[in-house]
Design a protein. Structure first.
Length: 185
C-alpha cells in the first residue's frame, strides 16, 4: 500500500463537497430511468472472527503505558468494503489494541476465511512516529482499488496522564493508503 499524508482540512473539504453532489446524482439517475440504483444483497451467516486475536506487532512495539484499559490483542471498530467486481471479495480495517495500530484483512470467499495485513505507516511498528490511531474508514473503488483513510496523532506523551484543559492531537495527520489489488498488498 502507498501512503500519503494529507492535511485534515483538505480531506474534509473534498469529502464534504462530494456528499450533496452524490445524493443529487443518485436522484437524477432514479428520475431519468425510473429504477433505483443497483444494490448488493448480502447473506448473513454465522459469526466469524476476522482478526487472529493475537497482535502481530512485536512485543511492546507501540504499546502505551499510561493506563489504557483495553485488553491486549483487542480488535475493534471494524469498517468493511465489498469489491465492485466480485461481491465475495471483502476487505475490513479495524483498530488493533485500540488506538495503537490500524490493521486490515481481506477475504476472497465471502468472509469464510481472512488474510490479515498490517498496512505500512499506521503504527510505530510499521513506520510512523505518531502514537495514536483511529477513525479509520475503508472504501472500494473501480477496478478493485481499495482506499484506507485513518487519523494519526500524538495523543499524549508516552506514560503521561491526560490533563483537563490541555490540548492533545496538536500534531496529527490524515493518512490515505491505497491498494490496487483490493488489499492483498
Amino acid at each position: 500500500m502507498r501512503i500519503a499524508v494529507i492535511g485534515a482540512g483538505l480531506v474534509a473539504g473534498v469529502l464534504l463537497a462530494g456528499c450533496d453532489a452524490g445524493r443529487e446524482q443518485t436522484a437524477d439517475v432514479v428520475a431519468q430511468s425510473g429504477e433505483a440504483p443497483e444494490t448488493v444483497q448480502l447473506a448473513v451467516g454465522p459469526a466469524v472472527r476476522i482478526g487472529t486475536g493475537t497482535s502481530p506487532l512485536d512485543g511492546d512495539c507501540g504499546k502505551l503505558s499510561d493506563g489504557y484499559t483495553y485488553p491486549d490483542d483487542t480488535e475493534t471498530d471494524p469498517r468493511i468494503a465489498i469489491s465492485r467486481t466480485d461481491p465475495a471479495r471483502l476487505a475490513v480495517a479495524f483498530m488493533r489494541d485500540p488506538v495503537l495500530a490500524i490493521s486490515a484483512a481481506t477475504s476472497e470467499d465471502g468472509g469464510a476465511t481472512w488474510l490479515e495485513a498490517e498496512p505500512p505507516g499506521l503504527s510505530p511498528c510499521t513506520g510512523t512516529s505518531y502514537n495514536s490511531y483511529g477513525d479509520q474508514d475503508l472504501a472500494a473503488g473501480i477496478d478493485d482499488r481499495l482506499y484506507l483513510v485513518a487519523v494519526q496523532g500524538d495523543f499524549t506523551p508516552e506514560g503521561q496522564p491526560l490533563v483537563l484543559g490541555e490540548e492533545y492531537w496538536m500534531n496529527s495527520a490524515v493518512t490515505v493508503s491505497t491498494s490496487t489489488d483490493f488489499g492483498r498488498t
